[in-house]
Ligand binder design. Sequence first.
Ligand code: DX5
Ligand code: ZN
Length: 227
Amino acid sequence: MPFSRHLKIAPSILSADFANFGAECEAIEAQGADWVHVDVMDGHFVPNLTFGPATCAAIRPHIKGVMDVHLMIAPVDPYIAAFAKSGADHLTVHLESGPHVHRTLQAIRANGCKAGLAINPATGIEPVPYLLDDIDILNVMTVNPGFGGQKLIPAMVDKVRMLRSMVADRPIHIQIDGGVTLGNAALLVAAGADVLVAGNAIFQGGSVTAPAAYGINIAALRRAGHA
Ligand code: DX5
Ligand code: ZN
């Protein structure tokens, strides 16, 4: 797929029904999701625990498009091969996850995945210029990682602007992760985002058996982003 900065909506399955991941992935894609955002948490790097490579492998056959895996784990290096083997298209690691993030990003690409770099709210962006040749996605954490349904941290909008200008015309996506709503989507896109991750804002009001709400929420978020 050629690189495009066209707005993409990436529902996070952290807000999905954990007893029906496969059906939920099919439902959000059928309802217009561009990427499926898969939040992996280890209960160590973040104070929550979700799932690992086996779950990613199990949901892969239910995702036709992009499986966008967000690794909120530390250490991350021992698991890259397993997550790549699970079928992830993207592996996004945290700048804070270890002392050798440049090597980690190289390992992700060496395993055939696109490499993402996630930056926590309190982390600065000084290292980013040294990593621009090694990343395909910049994930700006707009909440403290670990949970869905939190409020976006307003100070992060300036960080998005600074990162967007740092990226310039390089084929690097600016992904917003956490607290995205109809109310802040336009501001985030105007600041330079081209991928909006959303859990609550998309899964609220819907279910595997009543997925129409997902489509309404995805379309509304896309419209809001273009406003
Ligand atoms: C938080 C995750 C986010 C979260 C987004 O650690 O990385 O992807 O699931 O959920 P909402 O959109 O509900 O904030
Ligand atoms: Zn995420």
